[in-house]
Design a protein around this ligand. Structure first.
Ligand SMILES: *[C@@H]1O[C@H](CO)[C@@H](O)[C@H](O)[C@H]1NC(C)=O
Length: 321
């Protein structure tokens, strides 16, 4: 079953002859390409600026040095990395006739998207836990959540993200590829890549789907459950601050649903043959990282006031405070 051509220099493994993949991209229509170019570049720039704004504000404003905002700033850092994995290459490739990605490039994209995605999921759970403690156990908040706990949470999230990503990679790095090498997408993802391997990959596909799909579904249900729990507590004790808590909480829920919605679609949908999933992928690549800061800041008065303070000081007009 090993396909090796004796007189060709073969690098990585002795049976792979494919060293790069051809990406089909999104569409051949010039209008759609133009639209996608404007849409993606615009939202890519907005994502970058919005998330940078959050990181700067939280770092610079002493009032925002609570666990909720520390975790939020870290989420923004993750979003900054996340939107830079596939979007820049997609934007540069849009008007290219021949779009290729090397095997190494493909592995890098897969590695970072799973590492960052896995980390983000754990961070979402940590943020839900933070809200749970703040709302359901307010008297113990300071003993349960503190900046040192945040460091622990971050190390844990990145560790889980890396383990998840490396375990996914072990499924694909040694696959034999002997052509065809055409990926009907604008980035590398494991389900599509596996289909190109020249061996029977049924079991492998199942493992990959189980690893990504069920972990993300598990995290999703855990999050939804914890939010239901918090909402139920909020309803029982209608305290003065409950409308503020509710607005913070709804921001969290919207972000979580936006993150998991497309993801669930990719991994759980039986046949990824429709074009729908490609457009959903763009949504995930540029729009979700953009929406996170929008949702968290537009709905959060504290954040807006902090931005005014920080940027007021930067501009030298202290009276704005
Ligand atoms: C991310 O979390 C760590 C650990 O709590 C914290 O020290 C750091 O300031 C956070 N990052 C940002 C950008 O706020």
């Amino acid at each position: 079953m090993s396909v090796s051509l004796p007189n060709k220099p073969i690098k990585r493994t002795n049976h792979s002859v494919v060293s790069e993949f051809v990406l089909l991209g999104l569409s051949n229509s010039r209008e759609i390409k133009l639209f996608l170019f404007c849409f993606s570049s615009l939202f890519y720039v907005f994502s970058g600026m919005g998330n940078l704004l959050i990181v700067i504000t939280v770092t610079a404003d002493p009032y925002l040095h609570s666990p909720m905002y520390i975790l939020l700033a870290n989420l923004s850092v993750i979003d900054l990395i996340f939107c830079s994995i596939a979007a820049p290459k997609m934007i540069c490739d849009l008007f290219r006739k021949r779009k290729v990605i090397s095997f190494g490039g493909c592995i890098v994209q897969i590695f970072f998207s799973h590492a960052v995605g896995g980390t983000e999921m754990v961070l979402f759970i940590a943020m839900a836990f933070d809200r749970y403690v703040a709302i359901c156990k307010p008297l113990h908040y300071l003993t349960i959540m503190n900046p040192r706990k945040c460091i622990f949470i971050l190390v844990l999230s990145w560790t889980i993200g890396l383990i998840h990503s490396l375990s996914q990679l072990t499924f694909v790095v040694n696959l034999p590829f002997c052509g065809p090498n055409v990926l009907d997408s604008f980035y590398c993802d494991i389900p599509r890549l596996i289909k190109l391997a020249c061996m029977d990959t049924y079991e492998l596909e199942f493992m990959v789907t189980a690893n990504s799909g069920f972990i993300s579904l598990g995290a999703f249900f855990l999050l939804i459950l914890s939010y239901i729990f918090i909402l139920a507590t909020l309803q029982k004790h209608t305290l003065g601050g409950s409308s503020k808590a509710l607005s913070t909480l709804s921001a969290h829920i919207i972000v979580v649903v936006l993150f998991f919605g497309p993801l669930t679609f990719f991994y759980v949908w039986p046949s990824p043959s429709t074009h729908m999933d490609k457009f959903l992928a763009i949504f995930d690549a540029v729009l979700t990282p953009f929406l996170n800061p929008v949702i968290y800041t537009v709905r959060n008065r504290e954040m807006k006031m902090a931005m005014r303070r920080v940027f007021g000081q930067l501009m030298g007009c202290r009276r704005i405070i």
